[in-house]
Design a protein around this ligand. Structure first.
Ligand code: HEC
Length: 101
């Protein structure tokens, strides 16, 4: 009977992570865009962010954001917000990769 418990906890884990990913995206997409427009487009276009979506893993993003924050003197909460955005947005996300605003 052990496999049943294992199966259940696996399913729960998959469901939970799915829910988290969806809600992260739903909550953030518009906010993300305004943050990126406000804090990241000062120095380079969104194209730069777009190209890195889905290419950099979380550790790499952490490094990138830290570096950008040093360049741009960005607050901790801005860093966290943008980090959450870029690690949950889909590659090619229309909000980041769409027409430059
Ligand atoms: C103060 C200026 C400045 C700000 C603000 C800034 N960047 Fe950058 N960004 C740069 C520069 C300069 C480079 C090129 C650095 C390099 O190649 O070493 C860069 C490069 C990048 C790259 C490419 C990194 C790579 O390894 O190729 C990404 C992704 C990126 N920025 C994302 C962001 C995001 C997301 C934000 C908003 C939180 C942001 N940047 C804000 C100056 C800035």
């Amino acid at each position: 009977m052990k496999w049943i418990t294992e199966c259940f906890s696996l399913t729960a884990a998959v469901l939970l992570s799915g829910v988290f990913m969806v809600s992260a995206q739903e909550v953030n997409e518009e906010v993300c865009l305004s943050y990126i427009n406000m804090y990241c487009v000062r120095c380079h276009t969104k194209d730069r962010v777009c190209k890195a979506l889905g290419v950099q893993d979380k550790a790499q993003w952490q490094e990138t954001i830290k570096l950008m924050a040093e360049y741009g003197n960005l607050d901790k909460d801005v860093q966290e917000m943008v980090f959450n955005c870029v690690t949950s947005l889909d590659p090619g996300s229309s909000s980041v990769c769409g027409i430059q605003k």
